[in-house]
Write a protein that binds this ligand. Structure first.
Ligand SMILES: Cc1cc2nc3c(=O)[nH]c(=O)nc-3n(C[C@H](O)[C@H](O)[C@H](O)COP(=O)(O)OP(=O)(O)OC[C@H]3O[C@@H](n4cnc5c(N)ncnc54)[C@H](O)[C@@H]3O)c2cc1C
Length: 456
């Protein structure tokens, strides 16, 4: 089959995650000729149900019947795919960007924050979405010095339904922001969405990026797609792989993952019920001094919550969790990890935790227990989930930092190959230890005027 040649673009954007979608939209609105290349599709099929996830339309599936891809060491990596990328699956929790790490590398994100908040529908959880058990947790945790507060979310609450359990499977009420919406706007302004096409590497001529080599995922068509600039927005694994395949030797040699783990307990029988019947992740606490996130758990459906713990608890664990669901309360955590990990040439993830990471995880478990005990849970019945020493335990939901600013890209987000940029979670200088979406959208908003200046 002859290689198909597409050319004449101002911007060749590689990867349709939230960063790629917002970038495509803003450049298209500015009148630039844009192509957004995405290895998945452009669909909302399965929105609001597990079908969209497990069918591989919106989430990368694991090998050998595993729901998630696993690291070489056997932990889970959750990755979105298709136009919208991880924003299809995310919980929509907002982490306000921490400016200091960007200040240190000469990037001032502050002037772009408001625009990013507007773009990604940032709103604080209203009172009416905080249920009685969650409110009790808010009061109890505050009274023991753990300052939980109503969470900010990427949600339009006037479109949202209290106690909905679907956010993680895509929101069928269109209340949760997704990059998908920005991409559709980009297309309305003339951007081309080249789907089911996977980029392999850059086309480099005279030391400058002039396009990409790509291949159809379904039809195996080979492509050469040329433009004035190439921007990698393929996420923590994809961007590093494209650069690695293009001869950038420092790409993919480090990796943060913001490991996710948590704790659950069983409320005494009485007036309170599980917060799973209330609105999920509606209160949170970000301990920036230590790089820790505490949040009430996503309101998983009963069967999903029990199934989620099969890997660690086995069949008896499954029934135990299922039985206790009506009285279960749970806190999940993420930590700012030390970024020890890498991407392999064939796009797998290798990641280990360090003693410092483990110290943070144990501290979180201790704080979680304190809250659950204060809520009335019996200390001996408190269960901690997702251990780094058990295969399939820990989940890395934010793999990134694989092409960090200061190492792989400079403070203009440009690589050593001129006109090739990286603007996504892989270019972050370190683990955010907090939900990264708003930081990523803000970074994209910061990047747009700079790229437009380069494009003249
Ligand atoms: C389950 C889950 C829950 C989360 N919850 C939250 C939350 O509540 N709040 C928050 O702020 N963040 C959350 N996140 C994190 C957030 O979704 C990601 O950090 C974010 O999506 C990263 O954006 P990105 O643009 O860097 O890349 P991604 O979203 O990873 O998108 C990259 C895209 O590029 C495509 N791609 C990859 N390689 C190639 C290639 N070679 N060629 C073409 N296309 C390619 C992929 O298919 C994908 O669509 C969550 C993530 C997960 C998985």
């Amino acid at each position: 089959m002859a290689t198909k040649k597409l050319s004449g673009y101002d911007a060749v954007i590689v990867g349709g995650g939230p960063c790629g979608c917002v970038l495509a939209k803003d450049l298209a609105i500015a009148g630039k000729k844009v192509i957004l290349i995405e290895k998945g599709g452009n669909t909302l099929k399965g929105l609001g149900s597990m079908v969209g996830m497990v069918s591989g339309k919106h989430m990368e599936s694991g090998r050998f019947l595993n729901l998630f891809p696993s690291t070489i060491e056997g932990q889970n990596v959750v990755l979105g795919t298709g136009i919208g990328g991880g924003s299809y699956l995310y919980a929509g929790i907002v982490g306000m960007p921490l400016f200091a790490p960007f200040d240190e590398i000469g990037i001032n994100l502050r002037p772009h924050l408001e625009e990013a908040k507007k773009e990604s529908w940032v709103n604080q959880t209203p009172d009416s979405f905080i249920g009685p058990t969650t409110r009790r947790m808010l009061e109890v945790s505050n009274s023991i010095g753990i300052p939980f507060e109503p969470a900010y979310r990427h949600i339009k609450f006037d479109h949202c339904k209290y106690s909905c359990k679907e956010a993680m499977f895509g929101c069928r009420r269109h209340a949760k922001w997704m990059g998908y919406y920005a991409a559709q706007e980009a297309a309305e302004h003339g951007a081309e969405l080249q789907i089911y096409t996977k980029v392999h590497s850059l086309i480099v001529e005279k030391g400058e990026a002039v396009g990409v080599y790509a291949r159809g995922v379904r039809d195996k068509q080979n492509y050469e797609i040329r433009g004035k600039t190439v921007i990698c927005t393929s996420g923590g694994i994809g961007s590093a792989a494209v650069l690695m395949h293009s001869g950038i030797r420092t790409a993919g040699l480090r990796l943060f993952g913001d490991p996710t783990f948590g704790t659950w307990g069983v409320l005494p029988k009485g007036s309170m019920k599980s917060h799973f019947y209330e609105h999920g992740t509606s209160i949170s606490y970000m301990d920036d001094e230590n790089g820790l996130l505490f949040s009430t758990m996503i309101s998983f459906p009963r069967i999903f919550w029990a199934g989620y713990q099969l890997a660690e608890g086995g069949i008896s664990g499954f029934f135990d969790v299922y039985k206790n669901y009506p009285l279960t309360i749970s806190i999940f955590n993420k930590i700012h990890d030390e970024g020890v990990g890498r991407i392999t040439w064939d796009e797998r993830v290798s990641k280990t935790t360090t003693p410092k990471d483990r110290e943070k995880m144990n501290y979180c478990r201790y704080v979680n227990s304190k809250i659950l005990i204060a809520m009335g849970c019996n200390p001996t019945e408190i269960r901690h989930i997702a251990f780094d020493h058990k295969k399939g335990g820990l989940t890395y939901g934010h793999p990134g930092g694989t092409c960090p600013i200061g190492v792989v890209v400079d403070s203009n987000l440009e690589t050593e190959i001129k006109n090739c940029f990286v603007c996504d979670i892989s270019s972050l200088p370190g683990a955010p230890s907090r939900p990264p979406m708003l930081t990523l959208v803000t970074l994209t908003k910061w990047f747009v005027p700079r790229l437009l200046e380069r494009l003249g």
